[in-house]
Structures are given as structure tokens and as C-alpha cells.
Design a protein around this ligand. Structure first.
Ligand code: GLC
Ligand code: MG
Length: 400
């Protein structure tokens, strides 16, 4: 990744469904807590990698449904597609690797002879991934049968069972673990091997992430039986792998603390910002805090107190400006005054705000240019995107 010119302090490689994203939490609290922590304390010198079984189509759909950050690297279709950055530029070198001993036609033809296998939707069939559903009690035999047939054809394939229902057939060199090993190798060649890597997962297709050398791993509390069983058989006693007591993204935050990988208090868990220690102050964390205040203000979760607004304003540099992507500039102080009219307008509603890709550059002695995207989740699944820059001065005087 060109964004960092030194090894990442932390690289998080996380599965999405039931790991980063909790489908049983309509409030998305643990995900929002993780987002705030990542943007305030990690984004500037660390790497966020999402590694999902979903195809690009279903991945993009999830992004429209859940308050997710934009990762630096997106690995999709069970480690068969690697893309970089916001524009998701594919890694063509990885495609080359996967073509080895892979013949998609033979795979689909032979698999179609198994009546127990039900083909997944067309979007989930990818150049290096053929996916089915199969009942839990039939999975073991089907896998065995498939392996024997593919071996006869001289194909080197990998069969992965996840979530007690999904069966994926991939080239042997593919999978989430192999994709991570490939990235590690690439980073190493550039002299940028991350200082720490934390892998996070909940199901069968995540298992191989945990066997990559030197990584820390967290199986979230809600991990599937097949992953726990894999762990019991293959990695028991490895102190670098934990089974968290917390669900999903809260389990990831727990692991950051457990392995001492860096700060593990989410700004969302701080109710009184004026109490937070000064050493934590950075332009990025101030932006995170500012929009948390904005969310709480509109949800009427902070007091409607003129003094509070005035103190927020007084703490911001008088020359601070917001720059909308359209180029329109708005004085920061004016924007804060304008908030008076919005107090509580989202009270009782599912209104959430999170900032994404917060990157700051110091432009003067006490001036920062901070670029970020602010997202809003309002009402149902109404995702509002804005890209904004902010000049803020004297960051160490800002306490929201
Ligand atoms: C995701 C994919 C699916 C795959 C499953 C397990 O749900 O959409 O195709 O089988 O992950 O890897
Ligand atoms: Mg999962």
C-alpha cells in the first residue's frame, strides 16, 4: 500500500459477516465503536483489510446496509479476489497465481453430479470460486467424494465448509489464509511487513487465517462450531489465538487490548471528553470526537446547553474552515452555531454518524489539514456520503 511509507503499526485482517458486522445488532454498536477507535487512533499509520466470502456484488450491498469503514485492502470471494484502495484496483498478480492447476469447467461439471449440492446465486460464482449450499450432515461425505474426483482429474482444489451450510470450491493456492500470506510476502519485499497483524474471524473459511505465521488471532465469541473445532484440532495452546468473550467487533477491540497491540478505548465509550488525557490528542481524534458530539447533539443525548455549544466553538480555532467537496467553504464556528437549530431533531431515531479515512497533515505550527469522509445513517438505510476537508488550528486546545 502506497499510502504508508513505513511498515504498518497494525494490520487488521477481518472477516465481515458475524465478525466485523454483527447481524444481530440492529444498532450496530460494536461496529461503530470499532470505527471510532480505528479512525481516531489507527488509520494514519495502520492498515485495515476486510477479508470476506462475499463476491464484489454482495460486498457492495453490505456497505449500503451497514455503517462500515472503507478498508485499505478488500479481499473478496474467499481470498480469490484482492483489490486495493477506494477504487478497488484488482491485483492481477494474484489472478495469475490462482490459475495454477485450476479448471473451472471441470469443477462445475463434476460438482453438478452431486445431488446434495445446491448451487448458490449467480453473483457468488466467480472465476476462482464455485459455491454451493449443502446440509451439515451431508457435508463430510460430499467433500470426500469431490476431493477424490478432482484428484483424478489432476486438479489441485480446496474445499471449504462455512457457517454450517456453504461449500466453496477454490484453487488450492486460494483462500483467505493464502491471500494474506501473499500480501505479507509483498509487504516484506517492499520492506513494509506490518509490525503486528491481527486476524479476526468466526467461521470455517476464516480458519486458515489463523495458521499464517506470526499473526495474532481472535475468534469472536459467537464463532461457529466448525472454526472452534478446527482450533481445537490444530491450534490449541497457541497463546497468539484467543476466543473472545465479546461478540463481533467488540471481540476485535478486546483482542487489541489482550495482545497489547495499541489503544483499545473507543472514543464512543468516552462520555466526558474533557476528562480524556491530553496525550491522546491528535487532529484525527478531534474529528472523531467532534462528529460524536454532533451525533449526540442531534439525538439529544447531550444537554441542550448554550454553554456547551459555546465552549465547543471557543475551543476550535477561530480560522477553522470546513471545505465541502464542491469547494464551498464554511467557517467552522458558523457551522457549530448552526447546530443550535438541529438540537434533538433526530431524537428517538436511528441516526448515526461516523467518519471514514481520516487523514491529517500538519500544515503549520498549529494547523492541520484533515481530510475525511463523513457518513450518516438516518432512518432506515439512508446512507449519506460527504467528503470534507477541515483546517483546524491549535489542536491541543480543542476539547469537545
Ligand atoms: C459468503 C459468500 C458465499 C460463500 C460463503 C462462505 O456468504 O457469499 O458464496 O459460500 O461466504 O465462504
Ligand atoms: Mg463470517
Amino acid at each position: 500500500m502506497d499510502r504508508l511509507n513505513a511498515p504498518a503499526r497494525l494490520m487488521i485482517v477481518s472477516d465481515l459477516d458475524h465478525t466485523m458486522v454483527d447481524h444481530h445488532d440492529p444498532e450496530n454498536m460494536s461496529l461503530l465503536r470499532f470505527n471510532a477507535l480505528w479512525e481516531a487512533r489507527y488509520r494514519h499509520d495502520s492498515l485495515l483489510v476486510f477479508s470476506t466470502g462475499r463476491s464484489p456484488t454482495l460486498y457492495k450491498q453490505l456497505r449500503k446496509e451497514k455503517p462500515m469503514l472503507t478498508p485499505d485492502i478488500t479481499i473478496m470471494s474467499v481470498g480469490t479476489e484482492i483489490t486495493y484502495g477506494t477504487s478497488m484496483v484488482p491485483d492481477d498478480g494474484w489472478v495469475e497465481v490462482l490459475n495454477h492447476k485450476w479448471d473451472r469447467n471441470i469443477v462445475t461439471e463434476e460438482a453438478s453430479k452431486f445431488s446434495e449440492l445446491i448451487l448458490q446465486s449467480e453473483t457468488e460464482q466467480r472465476p476462482h470460486k464455485v459455491s454451493f449450499y449443502v446440509d451439515k450432515d451431508k457435508a463430510r461425505n460430499v467433500r470426500k467424494g469431490l476431493s477424490e474426483i478432482f484428484a483424478k482429474h489432476g486438479l489441485d482444489v480446496k474445499i471449504i465448509y462455512s457457517g454450517g451450510m456453504d461449500l466453496d470450491i477454490l484453487p488450492q493456492g486460494a483462500g483467505k489464509g493464502q491471500a494474506l500470506a501473499y500480501l505479507h510476502k509483498k509487504f516484506k519485499a517492499e520492506g513494509k511487513l506490518p509490525t503486528n497483524t491481527l486476524v479476526c474471524g468466526d467461521s470455517g473459511n476464516d480458519a486458515e487465517l489463523f495458521s499464517i505465521p506470526d499473526v495474532h488471532g481472535v475468534m469472536v465469541s459467537n464463532a461457529q462450531e466448525e472454526l472452534l473445532q478446527w482450533h481445537a484440532e490444530n491450534a490449541k495452546g497457541n497463546p497468539k489465538i484467543i476466543h473472545a468473550t465479546e461478540r463481533c467487533a467488540a471481540g476485535i477491540i478486546q483482542a487489541i487490548g489482550h495482545f497489547n497491540l495499541g489503544p483499545n478505548t473507543s472514543p464512543r465509550d468516552i462520555t466526558n471528553f474533557s476528562d480524556s488525557e491530553l496525550e491522546n490528542v491528535s487532529a484525527s481524534s478531534e474529528i472523531v470526537k467532534f462528529f460524536l458530539f454532533y451525533e449526540r447533539w442531534r439525538r439529544a443525548e447531550v444537554e441542550n446547553c448554550e454553554i456547551y455549544l459555546a465552549s465547543v466553538k471557543a475551543d476550535c480555532d477561530a480560522s477553522g474552515i470546513l471545505v465541502h467537496p464542491s469547494g464551498v467553504e464554511l467557517p467552522l464556528c458558523g457551522a457549530i452555531t448552526g447546530m443550535r437549530n438541529y438540537y434533538g431533531d433526530k431524537q428517538g431515531q436511528q441516526f448515526r454518524v461516523w467518519v471514514d479515512r481520516v487523514l491529517s497533515t500538519q500544515t503549520g505550527l498549529d494547523t492541520w489539514l484533515v481530510k475525511f469522509n463523513k457518513w450518516e445513517l438516518s432512518g432506515k438505510i439512508d446512507l449519506l456520503v460527504t467528503g470534507t476537508c477541515l483546517h483546524m488550528g491549535a489542536v491541543n486546545r480543542v476539547s469537545l
